[in-house]
Design a binder for this molecule. Structure first.
Ligand code: GH3
Ligand code: MG
Ligand code: MG
Length: 366
């Protein structure tokens, strides 16, 4: 049963699947200049074996091997043809595998000695792609050549025996590809999950401080480059200690979660919301002017004020205080911006809480 899990490939979103294919393509692109020549070298090296089994035609076989390997070698490195790495692999496989198959045909008892080699080559296709269609497409022409030459070059029983062994190899190689695809997909999902965990707060799902800093620095760079406005708002739940002390830590957690959920639902897709402390949060508001930032902060404040949390001990209402700061010549980096919003927040707390305040040089206005 556990073995079946290997084929049970987790499904990825279209975007993730595209990323996975692109990553795989990039890896193949890196490996091809090394593995391609190795494959070619192996195909030519087997001329020594040709010499042992049929010295009469060994030189012809050598010429065929060298010719087809040279023809395929143009795809070892990226070419002006702009082929993808998978297409280059397919072309290399076609030329190199054909060299082996044709040599088997012209050598005496070639298929008897070389069948294992042809069947083994099929397994290299498992590495080229994760797509079943591409897998069979790459194998299509070499397989046709193999079937045709074996049919005309060997007795019926040898042909059937060769075909069965070849088909069995294709079947196993296909399974190998599916297993590798499944493992790769699971690895991608795990990687995404780990990345999410490392970037988000486990209680609320909001961005954590480190990720928020990363996002903020990116937004500040973009904002400065395009000369656009940007603002941040720092939020803090008022008298939250009292909630914990009165209703318990669990209810406090629920309040924090609800606060995050409500704020996130009030923000735009392009905004970022992060938890930077116990009950302290920051919204990054790109493309936002002074007035828009104040309106947005006020909207958040009102939505929180309107909430009512049902608990066994009764209904709880809570409020937040918000300090707003703008990216301007006074605050040109993240820490300066954060400090300004924090100062404004500190002032709101002193003025009675449940308010929005914009940081300004002096004096500070409501
Ligand atoms: P103020 O209006 O001045 O902000 O007062 P406050 O009581 O909200 O501020 P204070 O910073 O004194 O209290 C914050 C409390 O939040 C203290 C801490 O125990 C609590 N806290 C921090 N993180 C969590 C958490 O994850 N869950 C819960 N339930 N409480 C938390
Ligand atoms: Mg507080
Ligand atoms: Mg606080």
């Amino acid at each position: 049963m556990r073995a079946l899990n290997l084929f049970n490939s987790p499904s990825l979103s279209k975007q993730t699947e595209r990323e996975l294919i692109a990553d795989h393509e990039a890896e193949i692109g890196v490996l091809l200049p090394v593995l391609g020549p190795l494959f070619g070298f192996g195909v030519i090296l087997f001329s020594v074996w040709d010499l042992l089994i049929d010295p009469l035609y060994a030189s012809t076989a050598l010429l065929i091997r060298i010719g087809l390997v040279l023809l395929g070698s143009i795809a070892y490195l990226p070419t002006a043809l702009r082929w993808t790495a998978t297409q280059r692999c397919g072309y290399i496989y076609l030329t190199h595998a054909s060299a082996i198959i044709i040599c088997e045909y012209i050598l005496k008892n070639g298929f008897l000695y070389g069948l294992a080699g042809v069947s083994a080559c099929v397994f290299t296709v498992s590495m080229i792609t994760f797509r079943i269609r591409t897998f069979f497409l790459v194998l299509f022409f070499p397989t046709l050549i193999f079937i045709f030459l074996t049919a005309i070059g060997t007795p019926l029983l040898t042909f059937i025996n060769g075909l069965m062994l070849y088909c069995f190899s294709v079947f196993l190689a296909c399974i190998l590809m599916l297993v590798m695809r499944s493992l790769r997909r699971k690895a991608v999902l795990l990687e995404k999950e780990l990345l999410h965990i490392s970037r988000h707060d486990s209680l609320t799902g909001a961005c954590n401080r480190r990720y928020l800093t990363e996002l903020a620095e990116r937004e500040i760079a973009l904002t400065e480059r395009h000369g656009r406005p940007m603002a941040i708002a720092m939020l803090d739940i008022d008298h939250f200690k009292l909630v914990n002390d009165t209703y318990g830590h669990d209810v406090g957690d629920e309040v924090i979660k609800l606060c995050v959920k409500t704020c996130v639902s009030e923000l735009r897709e392009i905004d970022h919301f992060g938890r930077i402390g116990g009950e302290e949060f920051v919204c990054i508001l790109p493309e936002t002017t002074r007035d828009e930032a104040l309106l947005c902060a006020e909207r958040l404040r009102l939505s929180i004020e309107a909430l009512c949390v049902e608990t066994p001990q009764g209904k709880i209402r809570f409020t937040i205080s918000i300090g707003v700061a703008l990216l301007d010549p006074n605050h040109t980096d993240w820490s300066a911006l954060l400090k300004a919003a924090d100062e404004a927040l500190y002032q709101v707390k002193g003025r009675g809480r449940n308010r929005v305040l914009l940081w300004e040089a002096t004096p500070v206005h409501d």
